[in-house]
Design a protein. Structure first.
Length: 305
């Protein structure tokens, strides 16, 4: 009996200590205040603010900078019935809430899971970095930003470091389905956004010679160009990816990502040779090749007469 009581006391003590050292957000109150002032000074519509710079990654940001408490809402403008996150600043304290979009803010549970918290901090870090706000950001937080592609791929596609339910929707923004039924222009637009700062160097033109069966795409990146004729191809997205590689390389490279567990088979967002080198150094060439298949570029397309 005494032994059982001692065990219960020890267990209660361990639980109490665990509660006392719960993880706290890397997003600081000072950062949230910086961001509130940024919204107040840079936008005329102060009731609803929407930033779409990272729509391709999933989150859209809305906030009322004059509200108290100040609440930032992160949601996916494409998957409106997905999950939603709230970053709240109240009484000098920051916390994250996360739940399905149908759950109202007041009933949305506070996040204590460290992996989920790190991901949410990273989403906010992207907007914070885009605004080029001062102080408060250290090197560790900069690494959380979604545009650190190597970190995203390592955490989500190689190490499984995130709860699967938080990944299922976002991964569709990073991996374009090989069997997608969307118009080809949607894939090319996705590539363009995925090039981020180099988007201005990428151009594509829809051309037609006669009927729709002769429709083709003129693709340009910097001084390189190629023509693609996806009509009639067995895997038109895979074919387009091959032609795209011929103009994107050596600056960027597209590879195919397949994961049976996640049920994904598609084209991974463009990565630079330096990004692929970092991943290969970390996991070895065999592991990378097993998960990400090289897409060989096709021979030069002859111009149709």
């Amino acid at each position: 009996m005494k032994e059982a009581e001692d065990t219960l006391i020890k267990a209660a003590d361990i639980i109490a200590k665990t509660e006392a050292i719960r993880p706290v957000p890397a997003t600081t109150p000072a950062m949230v205040e910086h961001y509130r002032r940024y919204l107040q000074l840079n936008h005329s519509d102060k009731d609803l603010l929407i930033m779409s710079g990272f729509t391709i990654l999933g989150p859209g940001l809305t906030a009322d900078p004059n509200a108290d408490p100040f609440i930032i809402r992160l949601s996916n403008p494409i998957h409106t019935k997905g999950h939603v996150a709230y970053l709240t600043l109240a009484n000098g304290t920051v916390n994250w809430r996360y739940a399905h979009s149908e759950v109202r803010y007041a009933r949305c549970p506070i996040v204590h899971d460290p992996v989920l918290m790190q991901w949410l901090d990273g989403l906010f870090a992207a907007f914070y970095l885009q605004a080029e706000l001062p102080e408060s950001l250290n090197g560790a937080l900069e690494m959380l930003g979604p545009w650190d592609r190597v970190r995203w791929v390592r955490t989500n596609l190689l190490e499984g470091g995130r709860p699967e339910e938080t990944l299922s929707e976002e991964i569709d923004m990073w991996v374009y389905g090989l069997n997608s039924k969307e118009p080809f222009e949607q894939f090319l637009s996705w590539i363009s956004e995925g090039l981020h700062k180099d988007e201005k160097h990428f151009r594509y033109t829809v051309c037609r010679e006669g009927d729709k069966d002769t429709e083709f795409y003129l693709l340009r990146y910097r001084e390189r160009e190629a023509m693609a004729y996806p009509a009639g191809k067995q895997q038109p997205i895979g074919y387009l990816a091959k032609v795209l590689n011929s103009v994107l390389q050596p600056d960027y490279e597209l590879r195919r990502f397949r994961d049976k567990k996640l049920g994904k088979d598609g084209i991974l967002m463009p990565l630079t040779p330096k990004d692929w080198e970092k991943l290969t150094d970390a996991y070895g060439p065999t592991a990378i090749e097993a998960r990400f298949s090289t897409i060989h570029t096709p021979p030069t397309n002859p111009k149709r007469s």
